[in-house]
Design a protein around this ligand. Structure first.
Ligand SMILES: *[C@@H]1O[C@H](CO)[C@@H](O)[C@H](O)[C@H]1NC(C)=O
Ligand SMILES: *[C@@H]1O[C@H](CO)[C@@H](O)[C@H](O)[C@H]1NC(C)=O
Ligand SMILES: *[C@@H]1O[C@H](CO)[C@@H](O)[C@H](O)[C@H]1NC(C)=O
Ligand SMILES: *[C@@H]1O[C@H](CO)[C@@H](O)[C@H](O)[C@H]1NC(C)=O
Ligand SMILES: *[C@@H]1O[C@H](CO)[C@@H](O)[C@H](O)[C@H]1NC(C)=O
Length: 263
């Protein structure tokens, strides 16, 4: 009787208590792998992705890809297949691509799937094909790289500018990008063209500064990062420009399985 009462009371409490914010929600899903390379992944990183997260890349289903907002997110993934096939601490992967199958959260590149396997078990794990996984979002390790932008080849100054955002740190999403001439307060909102690429056809002259709006998660508040100057007036396509800032925010989530342990 007392037991039931306590259970009911705690259940009621769960319903009434505000949802709790969590840095690392733990999710259960499935992953499979692809033998094709993700250098043409939908985020648009191309060969650059080979230098991110030790080149270990993942394609995510639409709810994680978020029409490109998920590009550059890092996840720690561990497989749960029985029989000693799986390494206990898993591996980190970066989201660089998308896939359409909502029954599995990730399609990993083959080398990333191999990283999930314990010593000598990679062939066995590859044979399983679709494996049970647990995963959590983690901050990306970009080894002190500042947030940077690569001017895309489609750019045609001063009439059209397309930039690809690189080395987004922390554990959050860039939700908006603004651009303005240095010294001006007239900001142009860029459009997410695809993946990690943002563009504008507003005429922009002179050296340019940027403003990034970053999701701060649970509270729905956003943090704004403004750079003093990123692009010189004679910017060149194909070049990467340092934004001089690092994003380290963690956008907390709301979940049932909060996992702050290290594995
Ligand atoms: C990857 O990093 C290495 C070492 O920093 C660098 O030499 C190489 O150009 C980079 N590759 C790409 C595609 O950026
Ligand atoms: C897993 O543990 C090994 C051995 O301690 C370590 O070298 C590796 O970096 C760890 N991997 C991850 C993704 O933490
Ligand atoms: C944040 O936004 C979501 C979706 O709009 C809403 O459901 C949620 O209640 C908001 N959270 C807070 C803490 O305001
Ligand atoms: C979020 O924004 C609200 C209203 O502007 C503010 O009161 C609150 O302190 C902010 N929360 C955080 C975590 O910044
Ligand atoms: C990052 O930006 C700061 C200026 O904000 C600069 O001093 C530093 O050298 C930059 N780091 C790298 C690795 O370029």
């Amino acid at each position: 009787m007392t037991f039931i009462f306590i259970v009911q009371l705690s259940f009621l409490f769960m319903l009434l208590s505000p949802a709790s914010a969590c840095d690392r929600c733990l999710y259960r899903s499935k992953a499979t792998y692809s033998t094709s390379q993700f250098t043409s992944g939908s985020c648009g990183y191309g060969q650059l992705a080979l230098n991110f997260s030790r080149g270990l890349q993942a394609a995510a289903q639409p709810s994680l890809y978020k029409e490109g907002a998920g590009c550059g997110a890092c996840f720690k993934v561990r497989c749960m297949h029985p029989g000693g096939f799986c390494k206990s601490n898993g591996t980190n992967v970066m989201l660089t691509n998308s896939h359409g199958d909502s029954s599995r959260d990730f399609v990993l590149e083959r080398n990333a799937m191999i990283e999930l396997a314990s010593e000598g078990k990679s062939e066995d794990l590859l044979k399983v094909g679709v494996v049970d996984i647990v995963y959590k979002r983690v901050p990306c390790d970009h080894q002190n790289h500042n947030l940077s932008v690569r001017v895309e080849e489609a750019s045609n100054g001063p009439y059209y500018l397309a930039i690809k955002i690189l080395y987004q740190g922390g554990q959050t999403e860039i939700t908006s990008v603004g651009i303005a001439t240095v010294g001006s307060r007239s900001w142009t909102t860029m459009r997410r063209s695809y993946g990690a690429v943002w563009d504008t056809n507003k005429m922009l002259t002179g050296p340019l500064k940027l403003r990034f709006l970053v999701k701060s998660g649970f509270t729905n508040n956003s943090t704004s990062y403004e750079t003093p100057k990123v692009l010189p007036s004679d910017w060149k396509s194909g070049l990467i420009y340092d934004a001089g800032i690092q994003i380290k925010d963690i956008a907390q989530e709301n979940c049932h399985h909060c996992d702050e342990s290290t594995w």
